[in-house]
Design a protein around this ligand. Sequence first.
Ligand SMILES: [Zn+2]
Length: 109
Amino acid sequence: MSGSENTCGRCAGHNPTWTAPSPLWNEVMRGGDINGQESYGVVCPSCFAALAEESGIAFRWRFYAQDVRAELQLVTPSGRVWDDSTWLFVQGETPWWWRARQRSRHTER
Ligand SMILES: [Zn+2]
């Protein structure tokens, strides 16, 4: 491990608090050996993805936050609803809680 965990051990850029699945981390960072030596210590998500892709281990990333502190828009103006399982806005029944929230927003103003 080198430097602070807030600094990437590869690019020296900002390293936000993040995690990767341990088996994938071990494959990319420790040469597939759970007890292997980590090449760069703690790296940022961008460097982790680059190392994984350069090694041919993993591609096509998803990025999400475990601690979201804003109210996200989960229904589009046309009524499509965010589906967490597919990571797509899908056509569907507008949820009751969304209709209620929209109504209360209109009456608040
Ligand atoms: Zn980096």
